[in-house]
Design a protein around this ligand. Structure first.
Ligand code: ADP
Ligand code: MG
Length: 703
């Protein structure tokens, strides 16, 4: 038997939780912290000093030597700069570890090397990090030792957000304020706060370390840039929910333990659709903590993989022709007196508050489908979306049979007199219970699906931060709530007004509802007819950030200024160009140094074989045919390589970031495909012993 694991004791053992603060802080200090956590405001410096000392003592007891302001710059991952608790020794050379309130609350770092999209001139490259008191501090164990991590927001000298957390927190405040107005309309005077809750299901691939190290594309680009399909793919559907292999099981066990220590409620684990693809889902929690925790999940996935002589691939499309990875972002809104505004109840047709919330969400998603699409866009995700196993790039809402019927009744007659009930599902086996069927079935092809008491946004990519999607959802819903509340608060006859408003919103925005197959060709046609945006790529989605509509939305709620939005658009172009450039250079390297030389040598061997066989008196027909085939593909590859080299060199000369990004998409990426095509064909023809790298079969099945 393995050693018994006490999960309850392990859980959050590396987190400075509220319980630990209660234990370690004087009562008055503790109360002040809780008040600021729940209702905002600032800690006094005296209080901050006490909190910092308690935090440091706890951290040092657990072996910490350093602290860091842990933040989320616009690179999509997290950043940290470690400082030891070490202070100046006294005259006798004795040193005391210290950590002040000032150091806890605010940090200063040179921000010039983080993406800012032109926000900061280099002469004012100062950036500030400020403690997000609503997300708990935690200890990170790594080769550096133990580090106290303080979740922080990251802003420029002039107060512009340089990170993903600041706008998210701003959007949560906006949603809170507007949602409170809605619940007040229905007589809820108890609620003092409304919070967005998020649960992010994270998909990932594992690959053996030794094989990974033989693939420059996986090392530099995180995805394969060449690779013919393996003889077996995912067609047998034998991997999804299949028995977890021992090596992967050991990995998952370690990963869970790491995450539990960090207070992440890792709950569900299973094999995903593709070979060597898996998923982990935690239990949902407050949006900003869920965002932080998702970053910790991604970091832990990579770190633990290394310990197990594997690598974790978070790229959205590591293998061509094989299901990619996403991150389902489950979102709901709850009051602090426990009401989930997305809970329809048994009879949603009678639940007017729910119907109003639903109508507002329909309006929000329809009005800002472009922004929602943008919020889940990244370079890697461009390769996954719409590939008949991932949601299409067209945003639509799936409500399920019951709600769709309620909406239909409301739109057509102005009243919804009935709600379809979940029927009994007879199992037909006397020893098994019968189930009451959910009134909503699932529709895996929908990008934004109602799943019982939450919406599931499935467009998000596996490597991306979930901060942007949640910022956008919060913002657009806040706007719809605000407009509804503006009208309803003034209404003389509330019942009549709310009824009219629900009918109006649902009628005007019903085009956003779609319950059919989102992967089908017909949907593209239908969506076009309905006028729904169909935005193919990240860089085509980028300008949606700075439309008049978007600027108005984000400025109204103080989530982004126009300047911040412009800088984010700029960063998207820069990141896009840099990513494709790395991919192109990696392909050039692999094709030029490894693949073409190997194939060239192989044609030499083949030619010798042909000559020898002919000398021996046989016609060598097959050998000659193979030689001609390989030789012609090799010529094609060489030509494509030269072309890719030329385009890549050309791309770097383009000054304007947007133009450069589009050149990478329209020219360089096309040249990359032109090189990949003959190389993948060659892989199928050339002797596997001379092929210079592991194949898809090796990468996905050797784990
Ligand atoms: P499935 O996608 O199979 O329906 P689950 O029901 O297990 O999976 O939920 C997936 C994710 O959604 C989990 O992270 C879960 O905690 C989260 N979730 C469940 N209920 C809510 C809710 N009300 N709000 C936000 N997230 C939720
Ligand atoms: Mg799900």
């Amino acid at each position: 038997m393995s050693e018994l694991l006490n999960v309850e004791e392990l859980f959050a053992s590396n987190v400075f939780t509220v319980a630990k603060m209660r234990e370690r802080l004087p009562k008055k200090v503790f109360q002040e912290v809780i008040r600021v956590m729940e209702h905002g405001g600032e800690l006094s410096m005296a209080t901050a000093d006490v909190v910092a000392k308690a935090m440091k003592d706890w951290a040092v007891e657990h072996g910490a030597t350093h602290y860091t302001h842990w933040f989320q710059p616009l690179t999509g991952i997290t950043a940290e700069k470690h400082d030891a608790f070490v202070t100046h020794p006294d005259e006798e050379g004795k040193m005391l570890m210290d950590f002040s309130g000032k150091e806890l609350i605010k940090g200063e770092s040179d921000a010039s090397s983080f993406p800012s999209g032109g926000l900061r001139a280099t002469f004012e490259a100062r950036g500030y990090t400020a403690w997000d008191i609503t997300s708990p501090a935690f200890l990170k164990e790594s080769a550096c030792g133990v580090t106290l991590c303080i979740p922080t927001a990251f802003c420029s000298y002039t107060g512009e957000a340089l990170d993903k957390k600041t706008p998210l927190l701003r959007s949560m405040e906006a949603l809170n304020e507007q949602a409170l107005r809605i619940v007040r309309l229905f007589g809820n005077t108890e609620a003092t706060k409304v919070t967005a809750s998020v649960g992010a299901e994270q998909e990932y691939f594992l690959v053996d370390k030794d094989l990974f190290l033989q693939r420059k594309d996986l090392m530099f680009a995180g995805r394969t840039l060449f690779g013919a399909p393996a003889p077996k793919g995912q067609e047998m559907e034998d991997h999804y929910f299949g028995v977890i292999r021992e090596r992967v099981g050991a990995y998952m066990k370690d990963l869970n333990e790491e995450l539990w220590k960090l207070g992440v409620t890792a709950k569900t684990q299973h094999n995903e659709v593709a070979p060597a693809q898996h998923e982990l889902a935690p239990i949902y929690e407050t949006a900003n903590i869920a965002v932080d925790h998702n970053q910790l999940v991604m970091e832990a996935m990579k770190r633990v993989a290394v310990k197990h002589d594997m690598r974790c691939l978070l790229h959205e499309k590591p293998y061509e022709g094989v299901s990619g990875s996403g991150k389902h972002d489950n979102w709901s809104i709850t009051t602090d007196n426990g009401i989930n505004l997305l809970e329809p109840g048994e009879t949603p047709n009678e639940n007017i508050q729910f119907l109003l919330v639903l109508a507002c969400i329909m309006k929000a998603v329809d009005t800002h489908a472009d922004l929602l699409r943008q919020s889940a866009a990244d370079v890697g995700n461009d390769r996954r979306l719409g590939a008949s196993e991932a949601p299409p790039v067209i945003i639509s809402i799936f409500l399920g049979e019951q709600l769709e019927d309620v909406v239909k009744q409301l739109v057509e007659t102005g009243v919804a007199s009935s709600a379809k009930k979940g029927e009994k599902l007879a199992t037909g086996v006397s020893t098994l219970p019968d189930f009451v069927k959910d009134a909503t079935d699932r529709n895996r092809t929908s990008p934004f699906a109602f799943t019982g008491n939450k919406f599931e946004f499935r467009t998000v990519g596996s490597s991306d931060s979930i901060a942007s999607p949640n910022t956008t959802i919060n913002a657009i819903v806040a706007e719809a709530f605000c407009e509804a509340a503006d009208r309803l608060e003034k209404a003389e006859d509330f019942d009549m007004a709310v009824h009219d408003l629900i009918k109006e919103y649902m009628t005007e925005h019903q085009r956003i509802l779609f319950s059919g197959n989102g992967y089908s060709e017909e949907w593209y046609e239908e969506a076009k007819r309905r006028g729904l945006p169909n935005i193919q790529s990240t860089i085509e989605a980028a300008p949606t950030l700075t439309t008049e509509k978007a600027v108005k939305l984000f400025e109204k709620f103080g989530i982004f200024t126009k300047v911040e939005l412009e800088s984010r658009e700029e960063i998207i172009y820069e990141t896009y160009a840099k990513t494709i450039n790395i991919e192109a250079l990696t392909m050039i390297d692999m094709a030029g140094k490894d693949i073409i030389p190997a194939v060239a040598a192989y044609t030499g061997d083949l030619a010798n074989t042909v000559v020898t066989v002919k000398e021996a008196g046989a016609p060598a027909t097959a050998q000659t045919e193979l030689l001609i085939q390989v030789d012609s593909l090799l010529a094609e590859a060489k030509k494509a390589l030269t072309h890719l080299e030329e385009c890549t060199a050309q791309a770097t000369k383009i000054k304007n970031a947007k133009e450069r990004a589009f050149y990478y998409k329209d020219v360089v990426d096309v040249a990359m495909t032109a090189l990949r095509t003959p190389v993948d064909k060659l892989e199928m023809l050339v002797d596997s012993a001379v092929w210079p790298m592991p194949t898809y079969g090796d990468l996905m099945f050797e784990i």
